[in-house]
Design a binder for this molecule. Structure first.
Ligand code: ATP
Ligand code: MG
Length: 449
């Protein structure tokens, strides 16, 4: 039984009481991306396994040990997306978006699946906000990418993240660098972890990214990629820094940051927090000028990032970040008997058209239980409708915050209700010494004309 009432390890439910936080964060991401001219793209949750093998890279942890891969009933090898870039590149190529105005700037909010050891900030199903900028090779594109992530953190009021940037050069300058790394790490071959022993030949740069304490200690004194950049890569990196300076975005150059794939080029960056433990990277990205070509398209430069939504929320909870209050019920109609319930239903309908959140009883409860429910859900007002009210047409609107009652008629209830809300909201703000203009008032009082 436990199997069907327990979520799978490493997955998380987003419950109605908490969802407003996720929605707020997602809105911040959408709005910011759209301010930068990015548009949303949605791709399937599963793709051919080969896509990720090629798009994420055979030597990565993701492909080597973290993918959810299975055979479907037709015997095809299918993989649940572990990240967003590969699918986005596939769609970009499949639909010929390279023929449209370049750069193509896309964003996505997606679930990702990785078979990892679940712990704080590390899940098997998690969510990413990501952007890709296809076609732009100038340093300004890298800077825009970084700036977009930075703006999201500003929007959410998250302070204290450190932006770490690095350049890993192009395949040309990396040849020399790989040689230097191999020479350096060969001296410590016996001490390296088994995974890194394998990396020594194939992709020595990934050793720099190893999380084992022994390997990271050895890596501390390894040759630094920045010393091996060719003239063009160096100029590109200087360009990125110039744009970041122009936008007043603070950063540290950290030569330890790598993305050990052949098609990642030049700029790599991370936004790191030291407040949420070992899983402190909330956003990682960079340039991958070789990927589109590697996946069969005409080579085009590109850059982007992925941001972990759960990690961001974890950080915001740690920081006691402020979230706007979730939407509340404006009016709960307490209705007694079938006739009253029918009136409640049509009243609810017309008030919702005015933009109010309205609820009424759908459980056949009595007066007390309905009032109790209205209280529990935090309804701002309650209206009681019984035989008496239907007969006389006179009703009372109760302000649930201060208990005051206002007399109204059923005929003009819609208008009267709106006036009452406006009066109360204005008074509330006046008591705080704030005078509201009409636009704010109408936004606060549900009116949507
Ligand atoms: P890490 O070094 O933490 O494993 P990564 O390099 O594998 O991260 P990316 O592939 O760059 O991560 O993914 C981008 C972002 O997605 C990360 O910076 C992080 O915020 C988030 N993320 C990655 N893996 C997970 C996971 N298993 N659970 C929750 N969030 C994750
Ligand atoms: Mg990882």
């Amino acid at each position: 039984m436990a199997l069907i009432t327990n979520a799978i390890k490493g997955t998380q439910d987003a419950l109605p009481n908490e969802i407003y936080k996720t929605q707020y964060v997602e809105n911040a991401m959408r709005e910011t991306a759209e301010n930068f001219g990015f548009r949303e793209m949605r791709t399937p949750v599963f793709e051919h396994t080969e896509l990720f093998q090629r798009g994420v890279g055979e030597t990565t942890d993701v492909v080597q040990k973290e993918m959810y891969t299975f055979l479907d009933k037709g015997g095809r090898s299918i993989t649940l997306r572990p990240e967003g870039t590969a699918g986005a590149v596939r769609a970009f190529l499949e639909h010929g978006l390279f023929n449209e105005a370049l750069p193509q700037k896309i964003y996505y909010l997606t679930s990702c699946y990785r078979y990892e050891k679940p712990q704080a900030g590390r899940l098997r199903e998690f969510h990413q906000f990501g952007i890709e900028c296809f076609g732009a090779g100038e340093p300004s594109a890298d800077a825009e990418t970084i700036s977009l992530a930075n703006e999201i953190f500003n929007y959410l009021g998250i302070e204290g993240l450190s932006l770490e940037i690095n350049s890993i050069g192009c395949p040309e300058c990396r040849k020399e660098y790989h040689k230097a790394l191999r020479e350096y790490f060969a001296k410590y071959e016996n001490e390296l972890c088994d995974t890194c022993k394998g990396r020594l030949e194939r992709n020595p740069m990934r050793i720099l990214d190893c999380k084992s304490p022994v390997c990271s200690e050895i890596a501390e004194n390894a040759p630094v990629v920045l010393d091996y950049l060719c003239g063009e890569c160096k100029a590109h990196f200087d360009g990125v820094k110039k744009y970041l300076d122009a936008m007043n975005i603070g950063y540290t150059v950290n030569p330890q940051i790598v993305r050990g794939l052949d098609y990642y080029t030049r700029t790599v960056f991370e936004f790191v927090s030291n407040e949420i433990g070992a899983q402190g990277t909330v956003c990682g990205g960079g340039r991958y000028d070789g990927l589109i070509g590697e996946m069969g398209g005409n080579p085009l430069p590109a850059c982007g990032f992925g941001m972990g939504i759960e990690r961001l929320l974890l950080l915001m909870d740690k920081k006691n970040s402020q979230f706007p209050e979730p939407r509340k019920t404006d009016l709960y109609i307490v209705s007694l008997g079938e006739s009253a319930s029918l009136v409640a239903s049509s009243l609810a309908k017309s008030l919702r058209e005015e933009g109010f959140c309205v609820q009424f009883d759908t459980m056949g409860r009595g007066f007390k239980a309905q009032m109790k429910y209205a209280n529990k859900i935090g309804a701002s007002y309650a209206l009681v409708l019984g035989d008496n009210e239907l007969e006389t047409g006179n009703v009372k609107l109760k302000n649930m915050t201060n208990g005051k009652e206002l007399e109204m008629t059923l005929d003009s209830f819609s208008d009267d209700f709106q006036s009452a809300v406006i009066k109360d909201v204005t008074a509330d703000f006046e008591s705080l010494g704030i005078e509201l203009d009409e636009e704010t008032l109408s936004a606060l009082t549900g009116g949507n004309e």
